[in-house]
Design a protein around this ligand. Sequence first.
Ligand code: NAD
Length: 492
Amino acid sequence: MPTAQKIANFIANEWRSSSADQYVDVANPATAEILGKTPLSPPQEVDQAAQAASQAFPEWRRTPATERVQYLFKLKNLLEEHFEELARTITIECGKTLDEAKGEMRRAIENVETACGIPLMVLGSFSEDIAPGIDEMMIRQPLGVAAVIAPFNFPGMIPFWFMPYALACGNTYIVKPSERVPLTMQKIFALIAQTGLPRGVANLVNGARDTVDAILDHPAIRAVSMVGSTPVARYIYARSAANGKRAQCQGGAKNLIVVMPDADMDMTTRVVADSAFGSAGQRCLATSLAVTVGEARQAFSEAICDAAQRRVVGYGLEPGVEMGPVISPQSKARIEAMIASGAQEGASVLVDGRGARVPGYEQGNFVRPTVLGDVPLGGEVFKTEIFGPVLGLIHVEHLDEALKLVNSQEYGNMSCIFTSSGQAARRFRYEADAGNIGVNIGVAAPMAFFPFSGWKQSFFGVPHGQGMDAVQFFTQEKVVIERWPKEWTRKF
Ligand code: NAD
């Protein structure tokens, strides 16, 4: 068995061992092999990172944006060179299949590429002669030190929704990965070190709750981006705001999709199966409930149960595997308990993924795809985020009722409609209360030049991550008014 990897912090361009007295085991979710131990870094180490980032800020800010992005071009090339290895690391620590991990790294790189356009994106505005001889302008300036607190399910991609934009805009940065999946960022920071980025511009601190609190309370950290579950997102947003920081916190989800009777059933089934069971359902854009309308019921229910049963479950590094394990034994137990409580509250267990065993991987946290029929409205399965490969079915007679169900959820991350009717699709796009909408397609993470939206209890803040929203978040606007009387300028 390979020896567990040492997990260190990267502060002021040095790898530093943490002085933590507590560690969290990092285990491969398919094999239970211990891969490393995440140090729960104490507040002094957050302080060291914040100080290094503060010291780096004045010089980094003064570096022209065109020069700053040269480091991102280098990083993009290094990420491409190490693409396969990074994707494998994601599979090994997080459980998703290698293809899914490659998709994740591709989107991470696309964010680096988009941020390379910062010199254009960060342009201000200028208005001459708002009154005779008086000009007014708006300049975008960086904030200072910013930080991201990331979840377990996309160890490679999520910090890239924020970090490349923050750096390109002239901020300095701290990444706090999920304590459950710290290995991918160890590799990525080794590549960041190779870009020659000046000392202290990008820093990495590992840890969990107390490390996060130290970030939220640190006076030098001006802005916090966070992605994770809704209760934690709400907490981080409130504590950041109480400390006068900018915050954007992306929370959990409970995503409904609607299948109309005129949908192309083969395509819909394929897409919904990928959306519900891809990454073992551990995606904030995963389909959680499918609402069939009118005659769609029987055909869709039969087809999706068949797709669920046929999905190939196993170790994500093995060829042909379509779905990996969930992150931890606790997660597996929680998901299986949710399936049981669904059955107790009256749902029918059409495909039961509990008690899954994958030969050769008996220690893995596998839950097979599960389909629950006739999910009772307002019950646990209807309203609670399961974050596992469990799809609930609900039947209604009209699109009106389906839209009501979509909009009754406290979350608002994603919703989709499958139909060949332009009228139904247009109405759905217009009326569904969710930040990401799909029409005949499951929603994947939006392209890097669009914001990663989210509404209601799925997002706390104003500008989102990625693209121009990130530029807005990582810059502050300065409005300058100047008077240059005619008599003065005529002298020259
Ligand atoms: P989590 O909320 O448990 O952890 C997220 C981060 O917060 C981690 O870095 C963790 O160390 C930290 N944290 C956890 N508890 C904390 C506490 N009490 N105080 C301070 N910090 C704390 O989330 P997770 O289980 O890692 O990720 C899964 C969740 O993330 C799901 O709910 C999923 O929907 C959500 N998610 C949302 C999006 C989105 O874009 N909206 C994307 C991915 C994941």
